[in-house]
Structures are given as structure tokens and as C-alpha cells.
Design a protein around this ligand. Structure first.
Ligand SMILES: Nc1ncnc2c1ncn2[C@@H]1O[C@H](COP(=O)(O)OP(=O)(O)OP(=O)(O)O)[C@@H](O)[C@H]1O
Length: 246
């Protein structure tokens, strides 16, 4: 059992990439608790270990040392099969480069994880319809990713990440490939998630994105060098959005 009721938890989490001469300590003995409903932004210079941290929390990579807990279950000791199952049901991933299936329509991209989790086609369609509607994409449901703008693609990717109602959403530079207008669209989506109490960890280089979170962790050389609670409307989602509109 997990020590706390945090949605995501890490204890002494360490990841070393490579061996010998090419050994790179990417994440260095970090402790973290992400409580239910928290929006956490992680910032830091390129190569400081942000993406590795996200991959470890979501069970995409295994730690060299330390523990990862997700929704009360220890993740790092699970078999590949059990881990894949847990990822599918409990974690939603959003990537900078969208990673949509190019041959499938927007709706089919959202339906896919629902089908893979063993639900009926009817249920998959129902969820896709609701999520695309929630993010203003109903008119784009039959479009292929190549027929969508960057902001629309990322909104489809967020809808897909939510399709199995995950306890945790992990976003790696979700606005990194977007211009200001599209960034604003995607931030509105994250505002919606936050208002709905979705637990969320966002890695970002964009201070405007980070300013919209409840909490900001700064990383350097694989370690946390600052952990700040952001408070008040000025640093909340509306403050972040106002900054974007100029
Ligand atoms: N598969 C890998 N094999 C070897 N080294 C790796 C691997 N993945 C990451 N690294 C190294 O680990 C360190 C942390 O990488 P990571 O991608 O986590 O950093 P980051 O903070 O997300 O960087 P960026 O902001 O540029 O995306 C870097 O030095 C990187 O080169």
C-alpha cells in the first residue's frame, strides 16, 4: 500500500541512462507527492531530467533505483503486461508532437484507447463524442490529423488522453509546437481539466503555461531545486491566459 493517498508518488526516484563513460544521471533521488486534483508544472533547463521524470511517473520507463506509486499501486515492480494495463487505464499522456495516428480520424483516435481497454465500440463512440464536444471539436470529428491545425491536433490528443478517465494526466511540452493562438486554445483545455479536478503534471519551458498551475517545481541536474505553491487568481489559469492574449 502507498504511504499516502497521493495520485502519483515517488520515493528516492533515480534514473541513470547509459553505462560507464556515457553514464548520464537524468533523475537523482527525488521525492514527490502529487495529491488528487493538483496541477503541477515542472520547469528547468534542457536536459535536466524533466521528460525522464514524467516517463518514470507514467511507467513508460523503469527507475534505476527508488519507487513509483500510481493511484495507490507500486508501479516500478510490475510486470510489463501489468504495467501496460495500468498505463492504459490510469494515465493519460500528452506529447509535444501530438503522436496521433495519422490514418485515423479525430474521433477514431479518441476511440482507440477505449477499445484497447476492452470497452464496446458503442461506448468508445460515446466517449469520443462527449470529449470532442467538450473541446469544441465536434465539427472536426471525421477529419484526419493532417487536416487539423496544431491547436486542434493537440486538443484531440488531450481528448484521447482523457478517454479512459485516467487518475493522472502527464503532459510533456504540450504547447511546444504551437503558436500563441493555438497555445491559448490548449491552455483553455487545461483550464477545463483543472476546474474538473483532474490531477495533472505538465513539463513546460513556457512560463505562461507554468503560471497557470497550482504548484511549480524547478529542476536542475536531475534534482528539485525549488518547489513552490502558486496561489491566487493572478497566478491561476486566468492570469496565465490574460498574459497570452497580449
Ligand atoms: N534514452 C536515453 N539514453 C541516454 N541518455 C538519455 C536518454 N534519455 C535522456 N537521456 C539524457 O538524460 C538527461 C535528461 O534528459 P531529459 O530528456 O529527461 O531532459 P529534459 O529536461 O526533458 O530536456 P528537454 O527540456 O531538452 O526536453 C539528458 O542529459 C539526456 O541527454
Amino acid at each position: 500500500m502507498s504511504v499516502t493517498s497521493a495520485v502519483a508518488e515517488a520515493r528516492g526516484l533515480t534514473k541513470v541512462h547509459g553505462r560507464g563513460e556515457s553514464r548520464v544521471p537524468a533523475v537523482d533521488a527525488v521525492d514527490l507527492e502529487v495529491p488528487e486534483g493538483q496541477t503541477l508544472a515542472v520547469m528547468g533547463p534542457s536536459g535536466c531530467g524533466k521528460s525522464t521524470l514524467l516517463h518514470l511517473l507514467g511507467g513508460l520507463e523503469r527507475p534505476t533505483k527508488g519507487e513509483v506509486w500510481l493511484a495507490g499501486r507500486r508501479v516500478d515492480t510490475l510486470s510489463e503486461r501489468a504495467l501496460a494495463r495500468l498505463r492504459r487505464r490510469s494515465v493519460g499522456f500528452v506529447f509535444q508532437a501530438f503522436h496521433l495516428v495519422e490514418e485515423l480520424s479525430a474521433a477514431e483516435n479518441v476511440e482507440l484507447p477505449v477499445l484497447l481497454a476492452g470497452h464496446s465500440r458503442r461506448e468508445a463512440r460515446r466517449r469520443a463524442r462527449l470529449l470532442l464536444d467538450r473541446f469544441g471539436l465536434t465539427a472536426r470529428a471525421r477529419h484526419l490529423p493532417s487536416e487539423l491545425s496544431g491547436g486542434q491536433r493537440q486538443r484531440v490528443a488531450v481528448a484521447r488522453a482523457l478517454a479512459n478517465e485516467p487518475r493522472l494526466v502527464l503532459a510533456d511540452e504540450p504547447t511546444g509546437n504551437l503558436d500563441s493562438a493555438a497555445t491559448l486554445d490548449v491552455l483553455r483545455v487545461f483550464e477545463d481539466l483543472r476546474a474538473a479536478g483532474q490531477t495533472l503534471v505538465i513539463v513546460t519551458h513556457d512560463e505562461r503555461v507554468a503560471a497557470t498551475a497550482d504548484r511549480l517545481i524547478s529542476m536542475r541536474d536531475g534534482m528539485f531545486v525549488d518547489d513552490t505553491r502558486l496561489t491566487g487568481a493572478a497566478t491561476g489559469w486566468l492570469g496565465g491566459l490574460a498574459g497570452l492574449e497580449g
